[in-house]
Design a protein around this ligand. Structure first.
Ligand SMILES: C[S@@+](CC[C@H](N)C(=O)[O-])C[C@H]1O[C@@H](n2cnc3c(N)ncnc32)[C@H](O)[C@@H]1O
Length: 320
């Protein structure tokens, strides 16, 4: 109730938000921004304070922010709609994990600068695989930077800085690591200052040699069709392995004979939350397709999820 009564809008405009799966691979950034300009990227923008300031301070550049969490994207949209920010519309936001987005939307040698301020350190050893800056991510970053392009990473946590430095050798960067005073005025910088940290690790990477990481191609989806299916009983089974597919729930509209299946497909580094529709056309054929309006990336994992639903449909028809 308190939230409903709060008169502040979470965001004033959705205009900076890109529905990235609908963009070409790689994205044509000059078409997105309506001009050709040097491109900067911030990964993990949080509430977007730095992105807002950076885009206002550098109207001659275009700026893309990637953020994993919708709650943060809403705050960033609010900060980006403040007066004086992005006056020429030189900033866009992408809601997703930075890795699949970098793989698909950014061509090799397309980014001038990349900022990563106070990334999640994933302090426990068992969570280390969640960290950014694993070797393959460093190679991907390198490939997306123009020759001489730069990455700026700032962290409060010494073990994370040391771990990151250990991932860099062989990835084509000149590395400069030092301790710096607070300089970025972000939420997490303020948080660590309030907890008594006076200095932070700054790791600057300058691209010296190119690493070749091609743009990730999508797969044309092939939606299965079935002549028969038991609408009440079909129940797809989860998949485990290098690709995991979890069917969370099935909602059935019995009158219209349309079912919707809430599905999570994980194929590292991409996690997709999609709905799959099972519906019959006028000729009586059942179609198994990603639901209209879903933000989805056509992949082998999504095709596997569709096939799994089709298998369940066939089994249900055979059991009748
Ligand atoms: C510790 S916060 C720092 C936020 C902001 N840069 C600041 O300094 O206040 C890390 C942010 O990175 C986001 N994040 C974590 N992993 C990410 C990923 N793989 N891709 C994009 N954003 C990510 C988190 O959702 C979170 O908003």
């Amino acid at each position: 109730m308190a939230r409903l009564a709060d008169p502040r809008p979470f965001y004033k405009s959705l205009a900076p938000l890109l529905i990235w799966p609908t963009l070409p691979r790689p994205a044509d950034w000059s078409a997105v921004f309506g001009r050709r300009a040097p491109l900067s990227l911030e990964i993990g923008v949080g509430n977007g304070e730095f992105l807002a300031r950076e885009s206002a301070a550098h109207p001659e550049r275009d700026h893309v922010g990637i953020e994993l969490r919708w709650a943060s994207v809403k705050r960033a949209l609010r900060n980006l709609s403040k007066p004086g920010v992005a006056p020429g519309g030189n900033v866009r936001l992408v809601l997703d994990d930075a890795k699949p987005v970098l793989q698909r939307l950014f061509a090799p040698r397309s980014l001038e600068r990349v900022f990563v301020l106070f990334p999640c350190p994933w302090r426990k050893e068992v969570h280390e695989h969640f960290r950014l800056f694993h070797r393959d991510f460093c190679a991907l970053l390198n490939s997306r930077l123009v020759d001489g392009g730069e990455v700026l990473l700032v962290t409060d946590w010494t073990p994370f800085a040391e771990w990151t430095l250990g991932q860099l050798p062989g990835n084509g960067f000149a590395v400069d690591h030092r301790l710096i005073d607070p300089a970025f005025q972000t939420k997490y910088e303020r948080k660590w200052l309030a907890l008594g940290r006076a200095q932070f690790h700054e790791v600057r990477l300058r691209k010296q040699e190119h690493r070749d990481v091609p743009v990730r191609e999508d797969l044309p989806l092939n939606p299965p069709q079935l002549a028969a299916l038991d609408f009440e009983r079909f129940a797809p089974e989860d998949v485990t392995g290098p690709i995991t597919v979890t069917f969370k729930e099935t909602v059935r509209d019995r009158e219209r004979q349309v079912a919707m299946i809430r599905t999570v497909v994980v194929e590292e580094p991409l996690t997709q939350h999609v709905w799959i529709t099972v519906a019959r056309d006028q000729a009586g054929t059942w179609w198994i397709v990603p639901a209209r309006g879903c933000q989805m990336v056509p992949t082998a994992g999504l095709q596997l999820a569709l096939e799994r639903v089709a298998e369940a449909g066939r089994a249900s028809a055979a059991a009748r």
